[in-house]
Design a protein around this ligand. Structure first.
Ligand SMILES: N[C@@H](CCC(=O)N[C@@H](CS)C(=O)NCC(=O)O)C(=O)O
Length: 217
């Protein structure tokens, strides 16, 4: 087995990790287990991630779970993507934390993920039409509130590509799949990002032939 192994494919969370792997140009192995197939409950996998979730990363003797933690670990350990001066500054680090927290909480957990649970996966989590419509409206309000901060920018953070671009682009993929409206500046940003070779390659690798409206989260 190679020292770097990613467990999991087929969801937005696994896409985050595979895309970063491709951007970093790392050689790694993939165990192609999928969500809601029972594979995350296999005893061999439970030893890696008792939370029964994908993705997980095995890096030598270290196991890292949670897609965001995996991305942070990869950036810390493999330096093939360089940081600019701003990204290394106190100000830049504060902006990083702010964006990450905003995207994970306001754009994902409290909005798009609610739509996923209570519309697409309602057989498991229960149908909740009001929660779904108010979550889409909340997502639209939140993303519009930061419109000025993306206008004219190639990358979300500093002058170099980072995992924050991965988070945002995948959120925008997802917003498009649920027909949430996003300001023009985000549409332009998204259109540039989704032309990146690593995005296209990772998308094919992660989702296979699946198209946007059916993206599993
Ligand atoms: N916070 C976790 C969430 C991971 C997660 O929710 N994974 C889902 C699929 S996206 C999963 O593995 N579910 C288990 C299953 O459905 O079998 C992360 O970011 O990695």
């Amino acid at each position: 087995m190679k020292p770097l192994t990613v467990w999991g494919v087929g969801t937005t969370r696994t896409m985050r990790v595979h895309w970063l792997m491709f951007e970093l140009g790392l050689d790694y192995e993939t165990q192609r287990i999928e969500s809601r197939t029972g594979e995350t409950q296999d005893p061999a996998y439970l030893k890696i991630n008792p939370k029964q979730k994908i993705p997980s990363l095995v890096d030598g003797d270290l196991v890292v779970t949670e897609s965001t933690a995996i991305m942070r670990h990869l950036r810390r350990c493999y330096d093939t993507l360089k940081y600019d001066e701003y990204q290394q500054s106190v100000e830049g680090q504060a902006a990083y934390d702010e964006w990450l927290s905003f995207m994970l909480m306001e754009l994902d957990a409290t909005s798009l993920y609610v739509v996923r649970r209570h519309r697409d996966l309602h057989q498991i989590y229960g149908k909740a039409d009001n929660a779904v419509s108010s979550s889409i409206a909340y997502f639209e309000k939140m993303i519009t509130s930061v419109e000025d901060r993306i206008k004219g920018r190639q990358f979300l953070w500093g002058s170099r590509f980072s995992e924050l671009d991965i988070h945002l682009t995948i959120l925008l993929d997802w917003a498009s799949a649920v027909d949430a409206k996003v300001p023009e500046a985000f549409v332009a940003y998204h259109s540039e990002m989704t032309q990146r070779g690593a995005y296209l390659a990772a998308r094919k690798f992660n989702y296979g032939e699946l198209q946007l409206p059916t993206i599993p989260v």
